[in-house]
Design a binder for this molecule. Structure first.
Ligand code: GDP
Ligand code: MG
Length: 184
């Protein structure tokens, strides 16, 4: 869904990016932290928000990321194909303190590739690094899985903000780079 909006002078890009991963890994809070610099200690953040459009400056160009949140659909294993449609980027999230959420990553990648373009720019995100004492998934394991699937990789904390901006920016920058190569 990359599109030109202003034919006169500036190129205005709009990228659809989806958040996926098991329930309660912190998807809604990653988005809340990135878009509004907010954090919710309960799951209130999940309710209602369908997507959030965030302006970003990439190489002096204004880029808009339209970031979609599952809004709790994943609880019922019912993320619709409409959710994925037109996505050019994805953050596939697990919780470093719950191995089960890491074990689900393969299933989420399958679902992503079933419903969207194979070339969707994807980052594997291990969230909740602030919970070091409860860690069940090593950084090296995350890194290895990402390498095996040719994904970007980052560990984040929506709670203490670490790497949140960087994770979203990594995806948007890569999409922008690929697109500008195609246009030129
Ligand atoms: P979602 O179901 O994937 O959207 O997950 P939520 O964003 O609703 O978060 C689920 C729970 O995990 C909530 O209680 C959040 O407060 C908590 N949470 C989210 N991100 C973090 C984080 O980085 N660190 C910690 N400690 N808790 C988090
Ligand atoms: Mg949510």
């Amino acid at each position: 869904m990359a599109s030109y909006e202003d034919e006169d002078h500036t190129q205005d890009y709009l990228f659809k990016i989806v958040l996926i991963g098991d329930s309660a890994v912190g998807k809604s809070n990653l988005l809340a932290r990135f878009a509004r610099d907010e954090f919710y200690s309960n799951s209130k953040s999940t309710i209602g928000v369908e997507f959030q459009t965030q302006k970003m400056d990439i190489d002096g160009k204004e880029v808009k990321a339209q970031i979609w949140d599952t809004a709790g659909q994943e609880r019922f294993r019912a993320v619709t194909s409409a959710y994925y449609r037109g996505a050019v980027g994805a953050l596939v999230v697990y919780d470093i303190s719950r191995r089960q959420t890491f074990d689900s990553i393969g299933r989420w990648l399958n679902e992503l590739h079933t419903h969207s373009d194979m070339n969707v720019v994807t980052i594997l995100v291990g969230n909740k690094t602030d919970l070091q004492d409860a860690r069940e998934v090593g950084t090296d394991e995350g890194k290895a899985l990402a390498e095996a699937h040719s994904l970007f990789f980052m560990e984040t904390s929506a709670l203490d903000s670490s790497n949140v901006k960087a994770a979203f920016e990594t995806v948007v920058k890569e999409i922008y780079t690929i697109l500008s190569r195609k246009v030129m």
